[in-house]
Each structure stands twice: as structure tokens, then as C-alpha cells.
Design a protein around this ligand. Sequence first.
Ligand code: GLN
Length: 289
Amino acid sequence: MKISKLKSDFQNSLSEIYPSEEIQSFFNILSEKYLKLSRIEMALNPEKAISVEIIGDFENALFRLKNYEPIQYIIGETEFFGLNFKVNKYTLIPRPETEELVEWILVQQKLIPNNSQLITILDIGTGSGCIAISLSKNFPDAKVSALDISEEALQIARKNAELNEVETNFFQADILTIKQLPQQYDIIVSNPPYVRELEKKQMQQNVLNHEPQSALFVANEDPLVFYRTISRLAKMHLKPNGKLFFEINEYLGEDMKMLLKSEGFQNIEIKKDIFGKDRMLKCTVNEQS
Ligand code: GLN
């Protein structure tokens, strides 16, 4: 089969379920992955013959796309903060909003005078390890640790640290039940589950049917359970002037402020994401910072 036929068959079989730009983008991503050919090279070589094996790869991908599986799971990787990350069904696909959280942490940390970056950082609920690893990469002297409840996610996170050539210490823990953390930290960061069951209606099938539910959803009755637990542990395990950073539910910014205030945190600040939604929060344990 030639490239031109592969492409037209691909487009035809998805045209009823995805917009044409998205199909084009899937095709480019898969061509890059399976044929190691860029969009331009594909366009310049419509007559090039494709092996049976590669046709099989595309057929398999088509089957999974028809089932609304995210393209990132199909190719097993994605990009976050300019780095490559492996992902699978045990890890959430890193979101652009989370890149903004990482960027905020970097900017805040660089504002500190004489900052040698010999800091300790803990990422709670690390998933693919995207936050911890991109912080490790950008603070080469920092000691970064990360925990997750899922051993399967930690396996991927460890692979990602190796792939990106950073030393991050990953360990398994259930944040809702542990009584203390291993040490004191300068920064504690978390993007915990925060989507209320009632928000499921607004979500797409690719997220609902394929991403790990335990990384996304919380009960309507107690949506801040992770934040409350983490902030109590953080109070005990942040160094003086230490900072707590969260990714948050866009609808719960005010509730988050109230929660952290009542837990005794100060300098509580909410930051909007590029879509203008309340998405990040930082606060400190004491007055000085
Ligand atoms: N922002 C993610 C989403 O909307 C949710 C991430 C989370 O629950 N921590 O799918």
C-alpha cells in the first residue's frame, strides 16, 4: 500500500467521529511514530510503499481511536514542559495547565535572592512523574522526591526519570492514610484528584473511558479531601518559609482559600491558567516569605 492510500483510508474511517484537523493531527503523530517520517516527508512521498507490519500498526491505532482512546496512550508517550514522557492507562496524560504550575514554581523560586537551588521538593500524586521530573530538570541541584498510590504509575514515573536523565526519588504511599512524610521540604506540590462526580457530564469520552478514574475524581460531598490531608501533612513537613503549591479545580478557588486559611496557611495566592480559570494556588506556612 502507498502512503497516499494509507492516508485516505485513515481519514475516511475516522471522518464520522473526529473533526478533519484532528484526524490530520493523529495521522501526523502516527506517521512520525511508526514511519519516522515528518508531515512534510509524508506529503512529498505519496507513492512510497508501506510495509504490511506498519499497515498493521495503523490499523491497530485506528481501532483504538474509534474507541476514543487518547492518541497519547496509543503511541505511549507525550510531551510536557519540553520533555518526553511515557504514559499509559495508569497515568493521567499531563495537561498544559500543569505546565503552567511548573512554570510558576520555577519563577517563584528564582525570585528568591541568593537562591542556590539546593532545595528539597516533594510531589504528591506524581502519576507519570511530569511535575517532579520537570522540576528536577530545571533545578539540577534540588533533591526531588515524589509519591503515588499506584505502583503501576510509579513504574512509568521511574522510567521517565531515566529517560530524562534526572535522579528523582519515587516511593509508594497512600496520602490519605500516611501519618507523616519522610522529611522536611522547601516545596511541596500536588495535582491531586479534584474533579467532582457532578462534573462528569461536561467531560469527554476519551477522558472518562480511558484515563485513571482514581487520579481524577472525588466525591461531590468532600471534593477537597486530598487538599485538606495534604495541607495538614505540609504544615508539619514544610521548612520555615517553605511553600505549598497546588493545581486546583477551577470552581473551587474560594473554598480552597478558606480551607488553607483555616489550616493556618498564609500568603494564599490563586493564579489563573491561560484559559482564565482559577487553576493554581500557592501559600506559605509562616509570615516571613
Ligand atoms: N485537569 C484535569 C482534567 O480536567 C483533572 C486533573 C486532576 O483531577 N487533578 O481532566
